[in-house]
Design a protein around this ligand. Sequence first.
Ligand SMILES: *Cc1c(COP(=O)(O)O)cnc(C)c1O
Length: 455
Amino acid sequence: MRDDAPNSWESRADAYSLYGFTDLPSIVERGAVVLTHGKGPYVFDVHGRQYLDANSGLWNMVAGFDHPGLTQAAKDQYDKFPGYHAFFGRMSDQTVMLSEKLVEVSPFERGRVFYTNSGSEANDTMVKMLWFLAGAEGKPQRRKIITRVNSYHGVTAVSASMTGKPYNSVFGLPLPGFIHVGCPHYWRFGKDGETEEQFTARMAAELEARIIMEGPDTIAGFFAEPVMGAGGVVVPSKGYFQAIQPVLKRYGIPLIADEVITGFGRTGNTWGCQTFDFMPDAIISSKNITAGFFPMGAVILGPDLADRIQAAAEAVEEFPHGFTASGHPVGCAIALKAIDVVMNEGLAENVRTLTPKFQAGMEYLAQNPNIGEWRGVGLMGALEAVKDKATKTPFPGTLSVSERIANTCTDHGLICRPLGQAIVLCPPFICTEAHLDELFNKLGDALKQVFAEVA
Ligand SMILES: *Cc1c(COP(=O)(O)O)cnc(C)c1O
């Protein structure tokens, strides 16, 4: 598989790269896949092999890898004004226009926007805003942040502390004051005999009990992805947000929707909070905001938080926070174009058109005796591998089943992602029905091959 010559791309990548979030035994055996370019939903490696990228890069390349309008928007803005910051009361015209646009397409009547370079920094920024607010409003003890087990909010020290994954223990994280409550995945965490409604009610009751135990006046905010993405596409149990939001309201705890994946159409509506019918106090956006053509994150504050944080800033004459490239004019120009492309060039519509076929494909593959569950919403989904479907018993971790499935897919020209024992799918919004056929044919073959080896 890998080219072991010392000057091969694989050897050069090995020699000089510290691989992040990469299964190193797979690298030793197979080498890195070094890519040169893309076309539509396909990417191409240095050996000329073509792959259908069923993960849209990392959820973000929703308009594919060569969208002419997006590259043109980038080129035009580089020609006009290639970079500027947003400090000291200066910012680019593109930045002003994008903030206006983001509030317009948000579920909020009005609001304010703050830019970062990534989703992690956007969550980090939101936490600092809540801490800033707590201090300004005379409640400096309101510092704890609640998130959920299995959630993913990023990798900075704060956003990794918010992330509810066990791997962060290698960093000695989470930091104190970051609390993880139950994950609303009914299939996995529902108790014997518990209905989905009872499960949802238990999630809300456990949240309330935890808030009371911690002291309601010590909690700064609650963050949730409308659908957990990197947790393995966990669609919340029925009525989840309707059950937890009143609990949070009762104790004056803001609900922040981390829409880094679910934003801009992935779930079939512009925002995941619209699909799941709740109104957050703020939205965290990144990934799709530029269709992956530029690194950018944004905090979009709804009216209440916008007013309170603005007042807190006025009280000390400054909100002392910002990144050098916050509101970068090229990123903002690309984001403006990306929002236009997704919302007005038929991409959002295409997500809704393709969803039934996408879900039918997963449902079909879930007939396999070693697929325990398919789950998903819009164009995001996962298939969960199990050793025993009836008891939901996973395969032994040492078999690396999901890695094997993903590696077998790669061998057949399909990129998909192993996550725990699940395979995650989130194809670009520009896909056609033929692309979905290719996806499910290749994935179906890989499942057969790997389960024959391990079952
Ligand atoms: C990817 C992701 C982040 C982190 O974004 P980065 O740009 O990788 O820092 C945060 N939240 C969610 C829900 C994500 O999927």
